[in-house]
Design a protein around this ligand. Sequence first.
Ligand code: ASP
Length: 435
Amino acid sequence: MNLKEFLKKHNLEEGQLVKVKSKGREFIGNIIPNSNENTLALKLGSGYNVGITIDEKISIEKLEGSKKVSKGKSTKIEKTPALPKITILHTGGTIASRVDYKTGGVIASFTAEDLIAMIPEITKIANIDSQFVSNIMSEDMNLGHYGLMLKGIKKAVESGTDGIIIGHGTDTLGYSAAALSFAVEKSPVPIIIVGAQRSSDRGSSDAGMNLICAAEFITKTDFGGIGVCLHTSSADSSCSILPGPKTRKMHTTRRDAFKAINDTPIATIDYKTKEIKYLQKNYSKKEPELIIKNKFDEKVGILKTYPGINLKQLIFFKKEKYSGLIIEGTGLGHTPIFENDAFVKGIKELIDSGIVVGITSQCIFGRVNPSVYTNLRKVSATGAIYCEDMIAETAYIKLSWLLGNYSTEKAKKMLSENLRGEITKISKYEENFVE
Ligand code: ASP
């Protein structure tokens, strides 16, 4: 049964307050619009969204005090000819949904009007245009969503936009940032991905400030790559523009959850003074044309090693005819060896069958190094590629993109080369990185 049929069967509408029981858990919230037809999305009282798979075991009860879905206050948009144009692509997530307490409705802020009603200050920075890409929790995304975002980017650039903001759920924002960093080879405009840890109906929401800082940056910069814009610290003082392929979500709830890993932010934007401070010099600059290579190979996986791992988990990737695998090893990039080198032989078996294997580290900070210990040398001798100081998730996305667009031999070579700033020569580490 899909979402539409499920709502019809239970005589429910978007906005309805319901109690849902699924897999031993109970949720109370308002039904919010959702494009994934296998999932029921609820806005919980805490402000968080939850996606519940629709199956026979799910039970649902209508509660009193439902809210009507409203389109929100419609603001007439006055364009200011002197201002630049920013296009906002909506993909979903916390940044795109809220309970509007004024109208009592559950709304998704997808139109330029909704957004301007939420943060009117943005009209002083730019003329806002908006495009719907999807309404999805980012944990539900797959490689196909990168194609949708790329289509949106192309359309926005063709419409003559001066910059693009992509509103995105935070959970897999780092993966999308990496995917777009590789797929967009050159861009005439800055492309900034913006998330929020708290939705705009909460007093502590970071949505408005993150969007304003991204817009300020776009209108003033010569940056032409993929950046991520969220709070620099837990205070409302500044936002950072983080480098797409080096950015990772490092906290479940903090508003400054996103950090540059083994790298520094590209810039910071002071929220009060709007002053932009560049922390990097050699970032990608705007180029005359938009060049996109948009293919991703779906047969690429990630495997995290751990004490007690079963060799069958490794061999699975050969059995299922994968074309690439990123192993997230321990420490310097160690994998288990096993008795008689069985795990090493397993890696060799994968590589001999044509699978490209890359090695990263669970340490997150620092770089892998195959030449320190004997065990590492053994794995290195199988032909596994050590991915320097690349984030494991970025290495996964990179390998999928490489195998989608290049021959296996070329992909192998390019995996350990720096293409978009995903590998840095010196891995930077901020001592006071978390306050
Ligand atoms: N789980 C949500 C998502 O990633 C959280 C958020 O929107 O920030 O879509």
